[in-house]
Design a protein around this ligand. Structure first.
Ligand code: AMP
Ligand code: FE
Ligand code: FE
Ligand code: ZN
Length: 293
């Protein structure tokens, strides 16, 4: 057996058709194994619906699995924040209620954005958006993007995001999501490990203030996702400094969305030592599913 550096690496941030990825959970796991990864985390937006399927196939592909989720949050300044949650209790009442509320708000918001766009592009309809959304998936702008590609308005998701679906666009509608400090608090209450996802992703819009960082750290933030394609080089330096100062874990991940984004599985990774450090920080009783062969 060849033993490469890659074979000890984890990709701690991936999406499936349970949210806005294009591949089912089992396929994400298979592709991660094929990419030579030691392990992956499945982190769909605001849902744990993919966990069972991912768990059922991980051993077969000789790959370790960290069950996770990416919690949508929004600051009082209207800045979108994503918090990765690993190994939390998926039944926790407080966290489940927040996710349910955000998922419901996402549907209303996607319907409103669809209605606004349909005034100018009448081929777009809510039925078409639903056709591009897997059953019970967390609905997001990527599903609207797929519908816009279908009717020939844009060539791909990325083009949709730089035009009609951008947060600066007149078609854009925000949706309810918890404050980031509340998000971290709920993840900790649910026994999970909270890692701030792509905190310095300036390309996606404004990045958070130092006050938000402080509030999240005070709420029990465990780590920051440093190595991610959307974080600027300067931003990564700042994150490493913060991590040293506050004893936070640092992770690296791809944010794989299948064919929905150029991000390749394993393009950034997290060392196995860091993955081992997640376990004692989780109080839910859930552990990393280490593969046994
Ligand atoms: P939403 O949560 O509905 O506001 O949509 C944001 C989601 O869109 C994020 O989770 C990203 O995965 C996805 N996204 C953001 N920018 C792009 C892009 N340029 N191409 C494809 N997907 C994107
Ligand atoms: Fe996404
Ligand atoms: Fe994200
Ligand atoms: Zn993500």
């Amino acid at each position: 057996m060849t033993f490469t550096l890659m074979s000890m690496a984890f990709d701690l941030h991936t999406h499936s058709t349970c949210s806005d990825g294009t591949q089912p959970p089992a396929e994400v796991v298979r592709l991660a194994a094929e990419a030579g990864l030691e392990g992956l985390a499945l982190t769909d937006h605001d849902t744990t619906a993919g966990w069972d399927e991912a768990i059922s196939v991980a051993q077969r592909h000789s790959i370790s699995l960290v069950v996770g989720m990416e919690l949508s949050c929004v600051t009082d300044e209207g800045i979108s924040v994503h918090v990765l949650s690993y190994l939390h209790d998926p039944q926790h009442a407080g966290l489940s209620a927040e996710i349910a509320r955000a998922r419901e708000a996402r549907i209303i918001r996607a319907q409103e954005m669809t209605a606004r766009i349909a005034r100018d592009y009448p081929d777009l309809s809510w039925e078409l958006v639903l056709k591009h959304t897997h059953d019970d998936a967390t609905v997001g702008r990527p599903h609207l993007a797929d519908a816009l590609v279908d009717i020939g308005v844009v060539p791909d998701r990325s083009a949709a995001f730089t035009s009609l679906l951008s947060s600066d666009s007149s078609y854009y509608v925000p949706h309810y999501a918890p404050d980031p400090a509340l998000g971290v608090e709920l993840i900790k209450e649910a026994g999970g490990v909270a890692v701030f996802a792509h905190p310095m992703a300036a390309k996606r819009g404004r990045t958070v203030s130092d006050r938000t960082f402080t509030e999240m750290i005070e709420a029990g933030l465990d780590g920051v996702e440093v190595d991610h394609r959307d974080n600027s080089a300067k931003g990564r330096d700042k994150l490493r400094q913060l991590a040293r100062k506050y004893g936070l874990l640092t992770t690296g991940s791809s944010d794989f969305h299948g064919n929905g984004k150029p991000n390749r599985l394993g393009e950034y990774t997290t060392a196995v030592e860091t993955v081992k450090a997640l376990e004692p920080r989780a109080s839910s009783g859930l552990q990393v599913l280490w593969h046994t062969d």
